[in-house]
Ligand binder design. Structure first.
Ligand SMILES: O=C(O)CCC(=O)C(=O)O
Length: 302
C-alpha cells in the first residue's frame, strides 16, 4: 500500500508523524516504547531458554552457538523461532502492540513471518555486514518489515543496530558476488550506491523498538563490550504479500504466515520489478552470521 492508502485507516499505535517518517526514512526508532512489564516477561523467557542451551556442544535447529560456548559459560549467536519455544514470545508477537504498529505501516491485514533472538554476546559477538532483508525472502510486494525489541539497554559500545536512512528507496541491491555466489550482504559493486557514512546507530534502553522496512540497508559491528546485546526480532507483512522463495526450514515457525490482524488476502498484491532469487536454503540455512562468512551448516544434534 502507498502512504496515502495506509493513512486512510485510523492509527492504532503510532502518530501520523511516525507513520510518515517510516515511509520517508525506512525505519522507526522508538526509544523505550515497550512496557517494562513486557520487557521483564521477555527477558525471563530468554533467560530460561539460554539455560537450556548449556549442555549443547553443536548448533541445532533451535540454537546457533557462538565460538567458545560451553555449559558453564553459554555463548549464543541466535535462538531461532523464538515464538515456538515460549508462549510469552508468541503472545508478544501476536497480541501486543506490535501487530498494531505493523497495521499502521502496511495496512490493516497483517501476516506474521518469523521471530528470533540475535544475542550478540559480550566479548566479540559477530558483526552483521550491510544488507537488506528482502533479498533473503523476496515477496510479491515490499510490505515486509521487521521489528526489533532491545531486551537489554544498548549503548554505543554494544554494537547497536545501524541503519542508512532513506536507503530503502534504492530498491533491491545485489547480495551475490561477481561469481554468482550468494554472500548475504550488499555486494562490493552495489555498496558505493549506499551512503553508509550517513548511517545512524540505534541505541536505547531496554524496551526500545526498531522497525525496519524490508529494503533498508542495515548492519552492526562486533560486540566488544562486556555486555550482551540481545535483540528479539518479529517479522510481518501485509496479508496480500506472498514469498517467492522457500523459507529456510530453521526459521519456519509453526506460526509462519498466521494472520495476526485483520483478514487473509483475497488477492495477491504484486509490485512490478525483477527480484533476484535467493539460493534454495530451505535445508541449509543456519543464520546470517554464517552466511556472510561463507560458513556451512553443521549437522543438527538430536
Ligand atoms: O542483530 C543485528 O545486529 C542485526 C540483525 C539483522 O540485521 C537482521 O536480523 O536482519
Amino acid at each position: 500500500m502507498q502512504l496515502d492508502e495506509v493513512l486512510a485507516y485510523p492509527p492504532r499505535a503510532l502518530t501520523r508523524e511516525q507513520r510518515s517518517l517510516y515511509f520517508e526514512q525506512g525505519y522507526l526508532h522508538l526509544r523505550e516504547f515497550v512496557s517494562p512489564e513486557w520487557v521483564e516477561r521477555l527477558q525471563r523467557a530468554s533467560e530460561r531458554l539460554v539455560e537450556q542451551s548449556r549442555q549443547l556442544t553443536e548448533s541445532n535447529e533451535m540454537f546457533v552457538l557462538d565460538k567458545g560456548h560451553c555449559a558453564p559459560a553459554p555463548r549464543l549467536r541466535r535462538l531461532n523461532c523464538a515464538v515456538d519455544y515460549d508462549p510469552a514470545f508468541w503472545e508478544y508477537a501476536s497480541e501486543s502492540l506490535l501487530p498494531d504498529i505493523a497495521a499502521d505501516l502496511i495496512g490493516p491485514d497483517v501476516k506474521f513471518r518469523e521471530s528470533l533472538i540475535n544475542f550478540k554476546w559480550a566479548g566479540g559477538g559477530d558483526e552483521v555486514r550491510w544488507h537488506q532483508d528482502l533479498p533473503y525472502y523476496p515477496h510479491t510486494n515490499s510490505s515486509p518489515l521487521l521489528m526489533l525489541t532491545c531486551l537489554e539497554d544498548v549503548g554505543p559500545d554494544q554494537a547497536p543496530l545501524m541503519v542508512v536512512p532513506g536507503s530503502h528507496r534504492l530498491g533491491l541491491l545485489d547480495h551475490y558476488d561477481r561469481e554468482d555466489n550468494w554472500i548475504g550482504r550488499v555486494c562490493d559493486e552495489d555498496l558505493p550506491r549506499v551512503p553508509v557514512d550517513e548511517a545512524v546507530a540505534l541505541t536505547g534502553g531496554a524496551g526500545t523498538l526498531i522497525v525496519l522496512h524490508g529494503c533498508i540497508v542495515h548492519g552492526s559491528r562486533h560486540n566488544l563490550s562486556d555486555r550482551n546485546r540481545p535483540l528479539l526480532t518479529c517479522g510481518y507483512s501485509s496479508a496480500d504479500a506472498f514469498c517467492y522463495a522457500p523459507f529456510p526450514s530453521g526459521l519456519t515457525s509453526r506460526y509462519i504466515w498466521r494472520i495476526v490482524r485483520g483478514r487473509p488476502a483475497k488477492y495477491a498484491h504484486h509490485e512490478a520489478g525483477r527480484y533476484r532469487m535467493p539460493p534454495d536454503y530451505s535445508d541449509t540455512y543456519t543464520s546470517i552470521f554464517e552466511m556472510q562468512k561463507g560458513e556451512k551448516r553443521r549437522p543438527a544434534t538430536a
